[in-house]
Design a protein around this ligand. Structure first.
Ligand code: SF4
Ligand code: SF4
Length: 356
């Protein structure tokens, strides 16, 4: 193999440092095998915002020409592994640098592996996987989601465990010994080696056959050729009361606000404070969330004056962006059961402080 790449998919800002440490460590360790490499951070400048899906790539090659060719592409197309640092990204991702909602395994090459850091069972994650027209593998590293943002680094060992797991699932794109040797150059070498080995030995892998998986619900917009592009991009304003369907933010969300409409006192605060104007007034006086436009910031849950009325619930407890208030209107008791079932699936509400 002349060249192979690893795509690290993460939540913008919150996990930026973690993604950067992983991609750079792969490249440094490859040098121990007389390979060369580089990292690409396409989405790490101003468009990257809290929670926005983003990617960094590590490109490893046997010689310089292959590396240069691969690094010159908009995105590497030799991805042997995609590593997903937050499991709610398996629902799909759209950053402000892409067009449309992408499947989490979209960049994988045939036979490649998608490694998810998650405490969920591999079978549960497999249910979320979009189908591909080639055989591939799903791998899970059982670990809590780790956050290491733009200015801070959370040295909780996730970086080393992910690197160990990547070495195993890629069949040694970078060998475990090389990663251990690189880690030995820094402080805390013994602990890092232990974590690398733990990731290597504990990662679970399951084969996924071509054609097996979730039907992808989103259309991929056709991109214009370079000579068809206009002079700029304009997102047109929409009339009052409507939302721009070209500018939805739902893939930013790790948890969504779920309202207990029976407790709601119709105070309007959620409607007023939501920075994305995602609440719609309803004839009953409740406020319904438009889940296509809610980014999951939690500000409404933080501001609601009624205890337990808006709770943030893990995004993987829901399969789509249906209007939950409509379900409540049609069948309040059924909605209550649905809400309780979602909370049970998610293991209770997510603690949230309203971060924008
Ligand atoms: S802030 Fe809470 S109580 Fe007030 S309208 Fe919104 S959901 Fe109802
Ligand atoms: S979580 Fe944030 S974006 Fe979503 S409805 Fe609440 S305030 Fe609006």
């Amino acid at each position: 193999m002349a060249v192979g790449s690893v795509d690290v998919t993460y939540r913008g800002i919150f996990q930026k440092s973690l993604a950067s440490v992983i991609t750079k460590a792969l490249v440094k360790a490859a040098r121990h095998e007389h390979k060369i490499g580089g990292t690409v951070q396409r989405y790490s400048d101003s468009p990257e915002r809290n929670g926005i899906p983003a990617k960094q790539f590590a490109v490893i090659a046997d010689e310089e020409t292959s590396l240069r060719v691969e690094m010159a592409k908009y995105e590497p197309d030799t991805v042997v592994a995609t590593c997903v640092l937050d499991d709610t990204l398996v629902k799909g991702l759209e950053s402000w640098a892409w067009y449309g909602v992408q499947a989490v395994n979209a960049s994988l090459s045939p036979g490649g592996v998608l490694l998810v850091v998650s405490e969920r069972p591999i079978e549960e994650l497999a249910d979320w996987m979009p189908r591909a027209d080639f055989d591939w593998r799903l791998a899970v590293l059982s670990r809590k989601t780790s956050f290491a943002g733009l200015w801070v680094y959370n040295d909780d060992g996730t970086d080393m465990e992910v690197l160990g797991a990547l070495s195993r699932v890629t069949g040694g794109l970078v060998a475990l010994e090389s990663l251990v040797a690189t880690a030995a150059a820094g402080s805390d070498a013994a602990r890092r080696a232990e974590l690398l080995e733990s990731g290597f030995s504990s990662v679970q892998v399951a084969p996924i056959s071509a054609g097996v998986g979730r039907e992808w619900p989103y259309e991929t917009p056709a991109l214009p050729a370079w000579d068809e592009m206009g002079e700029g991009v304009a997102i047109r304003g929409v009339p009052k009361g409507e939302r721009n369907m070209l500018f939805q933010k739902f893939t930013t969300r790790t948890a969504r606000p779920v309202v207990d409409f029976d407790r709601c006192v119709r105070c309007q605060i959620c409607y007023t404070v939501c920075p994305d104007e995602a609440f719609d007034p309803t004839p009953s006086g409740h406020y319904a969330v438009d889940y296509g436009h809610c980014c999951g910031c939690g500000i409404c849950a933080n501001a609601c004056p009624v205890e337990g009325c808006i709770e943030m619930v893990d995004e993987l407890a829901f399969s789509d962006n249906s209007d939950l208030h409509r379900i409540y209107e049609a069948d309040p008791e059924g909605y209550g059961n649905l809400r309780q079932a979602a909370l049970a699936t998610a293991g209770g509400p997510v603690r949230h402080y309203g971060i924008f």
